[in-house]
Design a binder for this molecule. Structure first.
Ligand SMILES: [Zn+2]
Length: 418
């Protein structure tokens, strides 16, 4: 690679899957701080901003960020604790139950979770039946350790995969939810999976699907932590190169970043049969032109239209005397807030139930994060729902809605509910 380094970023000149140089930029979301870098109120002066641009590799069909932010700028202020979301706990409980039933591994098998965060996935396995191992380079891994799990502190790659195969034996299930798209050296990561999986083992990855992002205009899934916007076509090429095979894919509606793919991968010669879900999705991606720029240019135009619609909606609500807040502070909400250029002048406060975020400012937009209780007393009439993927859940369960509040649901098309 001949990438150039400046301001803590590495500018990509070749595709991270196929090495091709035919990269076509199709979306520019401006300069933004890393989406998880919530700030102490006295730290706004030293905040760092980085380009947020997406390009298509016309050789293999991989969408990827053109600028990779250095790891130390991403994980420094990492505050995301997965278990604070009950919906996510339920989602992973279903994933584990399905995998155990589908593959029937024997007691004592090794189950690993890469990017284990606070142990949200490991906690979903039945107690004392399997050997459980987490891997996490962020400070969130400490919470899993405190919950009693063995956690390796490191970035997963080929070397670590080989090392763990030697020290812990082959893995039956390796899960990586909301991780695969974050990995810069995706070839080394995948080679590590190849080295560690047992002969009938399964790598289960969940990640936002490029097709959903394009179809439903979910551009807020784009942030510096997400280096790749994955589709099955480029992944099939990656797996084939490295001795693996995707054998089943499912669409799922509740992932850590919204709608996602759940992809099941095994060793190339494993007995798991490749089913129709794989051939159908590959055919679909070919038909809409996963490696052709047209569809991506349409998406970029739609992103601009959503921005214009949201800004005029918020402006007219404010003119009518309404007071606007935002509900939930997920990482992706910061892409939306920063791309729209919203600040504390427009959005009074953001509610969140993560204690580590309460009292901070949102990165870039510098909107105060307050507790849900304080938010309800703040007199906000309309709340921009940044965790729009949980809209149904919050419409039924949030105290803010029960007390008469309204959501502005931003995507795919802005709408006010109820
Ligand atoms: Zn490529």
């Amino acid at each position: 690679m001949t990438d150039t380094k400046e301001f803590g970023t590495r500018h990509l000149t070749s595709c991270r899957i196929c090495g091709g140089n035919d990269l076509v930029e199709y979306l520019d979301l401006g300069n933004q701080p890393p989406a998880n870098s919530f700030l102490a109120p006295d730290k706004t002066e030293t905040e760092k901003f980085f380009p947020l641009k997406v390009a298509l590799c016309r050789t293999c069909g991989l969408s990827q960020l053109l600028d990779v932010v250095a790891g130390e700028d991403i994980f420094d202020d990492y505050l995301y604790l997965a278990s604070t979301s009950q919906a996510l706990c339920d989602h992973y409980a279903a994933l584990v139950a399905d995998a155990l039933q589908r593959f029937g591994y024997e007691d004592g098998a090794l189950m690993a979770d890469i990017g284990c965060n606070d142990g949200i996935m490991l906690k979903r396995y039945p107690e004392d039946r399997f050997r459980l191992l987490g891997i996490d380079p962020s400070s969130a891994g400490e919470y899993a350790r405190q919950a009693g799990f063995e956690v390796i502190d490191g970035f997963f790659d080929e070397a670590l995969g080989k090392q763990l195969a030697a020290s812990h034996g082959p893995a039956s299930i390796i899960t990586a939810t909301n991780v695969f798209a974050h990995v810069d050296d995706i070839r080394s990561f995948t080679a590590g999976i190849r080295a560690w999986l047992s002969s009938d083992g399964v790598y289960i990855a969940e990640f936002p699907y490029l097709g959903d992002m394009l179809d439903r205009c979910y551009f807020d899934t784009i942030y510096h932590e997400h280096l790749s916007y994955l589709a099955l076509t480029p992944l099939t090429r990656l797996f084939a190169d490295l001795g693996l095979r995707a054998f089943r894919v499912e669409r799922t509606e509740v992932g850590a970043s919204g709608p996602a793919l759940r992809l099941f991968t095994c060793l190339k010669d494993s007995t798991h049969q490749t089913d129709d879900t794989i051939t159908e999705m590959l055919a679909d991606e070919k038909s809409w032109g996963v490696a052709e720029p047209d569809r991506y240019q349409e998406f970029a135009a739609r992103v601009v239209a959503v921005k214009d619609a949201l800004l005029s909606q918020i402006a007219s609500l404010r003119q009518e005397g309404h007071r606007i807040g935002a509900y939930c502070a997920p990482a992706k909400g910061n892409t939306l807030l920063n791309y729209l250029g919203l600040t504390a002048d427009d959005i009074e406060a953001v509610s969140d139930n993560n204690e580590l975020k309460i009292g901070t400012l949102t990165p870039g937009s510098h909107i105060p994060v307050i507790s849900e209780g304080d938010f309800q007393n703040a007199g906000v009439s309309h709340a921009l729902l940044l965790a729009w993927n949980y809209a149904e859940y919050f419409m039924e369960n949030s105290e803010y809605i029960k007390a008469g509040g309204k959501f502005i649901i931003p995507l795919p098309d802005p709408v006010i509910k109820p």
